[in-house]
Design a protein around this ligand. Structure first.
Ligand code: A2G
Length: 457
């Protein structure tokens, strides 16, 4: 499956017919011609396994119905024309063979350019055709539901189709994970993998190095409900995300040095586990024995590793974390190893299906949130309040999803409590904050949807 290309669908599902037809009309009025095809890539909600993909550990997301759809027509003038049905995103135009991605200003079109550049450089497309594109996105932006990766994946898919090429879902997912880094964030590969590999009705356990996927059937009788705390966080616009990536890398390097390994080779906490050849619980013990809980200064890390600050900048830091002076190694590493264990436990509960499966999954989600909030410090006061409210109104488990510092929570709710839950959360979170008008897009039950595809009506 992952070794097949994304499907090309010619019978358009009733769900999409109206949407594609509206988008086709906008395309027509903008470019004075009809689109030739549509490409669609979904956003995702991560059920469990936060901030561990870039450390080499498996995660457990599902694709959501919210997506990016792009109507496309090839041109013969080497130009990319980008337009969005939402006026808040301005039109953009460039030569397909000569453009720059602006890391300092992560405007929407830069994500499209990441997909285009990735296809050109990583999959060696030498003479790309020009394209007229009209974009329609329904994934809320900066909300932890992967709007950026859905756009990168969709752009890559458009470029592939417009140029008559065919790569597998796995190749595309790997390539999109690498090329989203052109925007400056050092993310893992979860978002791009699920966008291409999702299957309706299934969660996926995604593993990395090499990229692999396994279906995980979620238990019956429960729903996953998404709630957006409505604090926006664009991870490319701050250094918070990359600081966490760097803290994890430094933790693996300091631990490697203390254990007598070549620390410069060490990039991920999972690599250290492979070297030590012990279980995840034992890795938590290693962290306890070797690292101290107080923050490490840059000078102390240089001292342990035996390098100057200039060398450390090249071995371990990213351009936007050069200014960071203090690093929490103990807390970040403890989160990563314990979260990786929770993902394994979650998958095992889904396979074994004990009678109290839902309770066990809820406990794991709650444990994940505690760890994200306290050890990884990637929550925010509004998300903390929202998660507490979700639990109060019947969620068996609730946690932040995606990068955090704002955005969404995902809650596990028994089916017979969903109506009560939605009402309770609306009354307790959205109405007192004057967010009633946003509630329909911010609070909804999700089901696992399908992956990226090309549509030719
Ligand atoms: O934070 C973001 O969504 C990352 N995505 C994803 O890889 C993962 O690390 C997540 C936290 O679990 C990108 O950087 C594109």
């Amino acid at each position: 499956m992952a070794d097949d290309p994304p499907p090309i669908i010619t019978e358009i599902d009733a769900n999409y017919k109206e949407r594609f037809s509206q988008l086709g009309k906008k395309f027509q009025s903008k470019y004075d011609c009809e689109p030739v095809f549509f490409a669609r890539a979904p956003g995702r909600v991560n059920i469990i396994g936060e901030h561990i993909d870039y450390c080499g550990y498996g995660v457990l997301p599902i694709a959501i119905d919210q997506d990016i759809v792009i109507a496309v027509r090839q041109t013969d003038d080497d130009t990319l024309y980008l337009s969005n049905i939402d006026d808040k995103y301005s039109d953009y135009k460039c030569n397909v063979k000569d453009f720059e991605i602006n890391k300092d200003q992560p405007d929407w079109h830069n994500y499209f350019l990441c997909g285009l550049k990735g296809i050109m450089e990583l999959l060696s497309l030498e003479n790309p055709v020009g394209m007229q594109c009209m974009v329609d996105g329904s994934v809320p932006s900066s909300a932890g539901l992967s709007s950026s990766s859905a756009l990168v994946c969709c752009a890559a898919l458009c470029t592939m189709q417009a140029n008559g090429k065919s790569w597998t879902k796995k190749e595309l997912a790997d390539m999109c994970a690498q090329c989203e880094r052109y925007i400056g964030t050092i993310g893992g590969g979860m978002d791009q993998a699920i966008s291409f590999m999702a299957q309706p009705g299934m969660a996926k356990k995604i593993d990395f190095n090499p990229l692999r996927q396994t279906n995980v059937a979620l238990p019956d009788g429960v729903s996953f409900v998404i709630s957006n705390c409505c604090v926006e966080k664009n991870k490319a616009a701050s250094s918070d995300f990359n600081t966490r990536v760097v803290e994890c890398r430094l933790a693996s390097q300091v631990l490697a040095k203390m254990k007598g390994f070549e620390w410069r080779e060490m990039k991920r906490l999972a690599d250290l586990q492979t070297k030590l050849n012990v279980g995840l619980q034992e890795m938590e013990n290693v962290v306890k024995e070797c690292l101290h809980e107080s923050q490490y200064t840059k000078a102390e890390i240089c001292d342990v590793l035996g390098v100057t600050a200039d060398i450390l900048a090249t071995t371990s830091l990213s351009p936007n974390t050069l200014h960071v002076e203090n690093f929490c190694l103990y807390q970040r590493a403890t989160h990563v190893y314990s979260e990786a264990r929770r993902v394994e436990d979650f998958q095992n509960v889904c396979i074994e299906r004990p009678t109290d499966a839902a309770i066990k999954l809820g406990e794991l989600m709650n444990g994940s949130f505690e760890s994200c909030s306290k050890l990884y410090e990637c929550s925010c006061p509004e998300l903390d309040q929202l998660v507490a409210i979700c639990r109060k109104h019947g969620a068996i488990g609730s946690r932040l999803t995606g990068a955090g510092w704002g955005g969404c929570a995902v809650s596990l709710v028994p089916n017979d409590k969903v109506t009560e839950f939605l009402d309770g959360v609306k009354q307790s979170y959205y109405i007192p904050r004057g967010l009633e008008s946003k509630v329909n897009n911010a609070l909804f039950v999700t089901k696992s949807g399908g992956g990226a595809a090309v549509y030719i009506p």
